[in-house]
Design a protein around this ligand. Structure first.
Ligand code: GLA
Length: 394
């Protein structure tokens, strides 16, 4: 009888041990850099990745919280006779372990990419049927983050296949942030909290950072993506984030105003902040945007609440994000080509949990501008934001 119980206890424990994601990872939205938006398939290689790690440190991104360097598609070429993945030796001659070591030696973390189907979106080998071997390999190399795509998955159930990789990662034993990328097709926000640490909610962001539009049906201007986040706020929290895709800051076609607005809205959304530009050659403006500490602290706030829209006047919107200690971030977003004048009367804006008095800090201008008791008029430049931190006065 004792043996019987022991058997079932072991069975139960082993089921438990295999049936979870790594806990206590990504308690705030992950911050880092990903190769895809700037380098796509052809441009990614070992030198680029190492130089990006160097630049992340030298340009002060590491100091403000960026840490993951993620190689997206096109690092893999095939499988060996035992089913283990083969690295593209032309692009990555030193291999992934050496690259991971290099990235770790900079105090950064290493991310990699694969796909739940038979092939990745760029036609490289996918992980379907090889999940355990791939997870073991990643753990052996020292991978800290896995982006897992959804191309070539015809007939596969998303929850089932993402769970297979979640379990394989858990079994491999190395804490790896699991980033799902099934583009919101199966409403992952409704079921992925226990499967992954972040889940893409839409098709790809337009890599060139276009403000609007829907390019080729699967590359969305960033405001199109923003619109699709409305209502998803209740599904995000520490360890499980909605992912509206990487940042396009620093890629052509964006004005400084648009880049500031895009970055601000991603901070308001508690979105992962994965830069997608060339960190080695970015402009001072882009660097100042990506490293703005006041904005990053809105994004990284420990409460982990995603921001939401509280007013919509067509091309002019007001968003709110609840922060720790009763603070509140308020963002006014002007989508028009013209400047927008707006009279601020805090009592008349429908801010949730707005109780008592707050001091008001204009975050992009780094200025304390009084309290919520005073009314004033502001101008929001074209396609830009004004964002305030309301600090609770105790
Ligand atoms: C898909 C993803 C992108 C990128 C490419 C790589 O389109 O959504 O983010 O990873 O695949 O091929």
């Amino acid at each position: 009888m004792k043996a019987f119980y022991t058997f079932f206890t072991i069975l139960f424990l082993s089921i438990l041990a295999n049936a979870q994601k790594f806990q206590n990872l990504a308690l705030t939205p992950p911050m880092g850099w990903n190769s895809w938006n700037r380098f796509e398939c052809d441009g990614v290689n070992e030198t680029v990745i190492k130089e990006m790690a160097d630049a992340m440190v030298l340009n002060g991104l590491k100091d403000v919280g960026y840490q993951y360097i993620v190689i997206d598609d096109c690092w893999q070429v095939g499988r060996d006779n035992n089913g283990y993945i083969i690295v593209d030796k032309e692009k990555f001659p030193s291999g992934m372990k050496a690259l991971a070591d290099y990235i770790h030696s900079k105090g950064l973390k290493f991310g990699i990419y694969s796909d739940a189907g038979t092939a990745t979106c760029a036609g490289r080998p996918g992980s379907k049927g090889f999940e355990v071997k791939d997870a073991e390999t990643y753990a052996k190399w020292g991978v800290d983050y896995l982006k897992y795509d959804w191309c070539n998955t015809q007939g596969q159930d998303a929850k089932q296949y993402y769970t297979i990789m979640r379990d394989a990662l858990f079994k491999a034993g190395r804490p790896i942030v699991f980033s799902m990328c099934e583009w919101g097709e199966n409403k992952p926000w409704e079921w992925a909290e226990d499967v992954s640490h972040l889940y893409r909610t839409t098709y790809d962001i337009d890599m060139k950072g276009r403000f609007d539009g829907d390019i080729w049906g699967n590359q969305l201007g960033w405001t199109k993506i923003l619109d699709k986040q409305v209502g998803l706020e209740k599904y995000a929290g520490p360890g499980h984030w909605n992912d509206p895709d990487m940042l396009a800051v620093g890629n052509s076609n964006m004005t400084t105003n648009e880049a500031r607005a895009h970055f601000t809205m991603w901070c308001m959304l508690a979105a992962p902040l994965m830069a997608g530009n060339d960190l080695r050659s970015m402009s001072v403006n882009d660097k100042n945007i990506l490293t703005n500490k006041a904005l990053i602290s809105i994004n990284q706030d420990k409460l982990g609440k995603q921001g939401f829209k509280i007013e919509d006047f067509g091309n002019f919107e007001i968003w709110q994000k609840e922060l720790s200690k009763g603070d509140i971030a308020i963002c006014l977003f002007n989508r028009e080509f013209n400047r927008k004048r707006y009279n601020i009367d805090w009592e008349s804006i429908p801010i949730k949990n707005f109780i008592g008095k707050y001091s008001v800090i204009d975050l992009w201008n780094n200025q304390n501008i009084g309290t919520t008791e005073s009314k004033f008029t502001i101008e929001i430049p074209s396609r830009d934001v004004v964002v305030y931190r309301l600090k609770k006065v105790l």
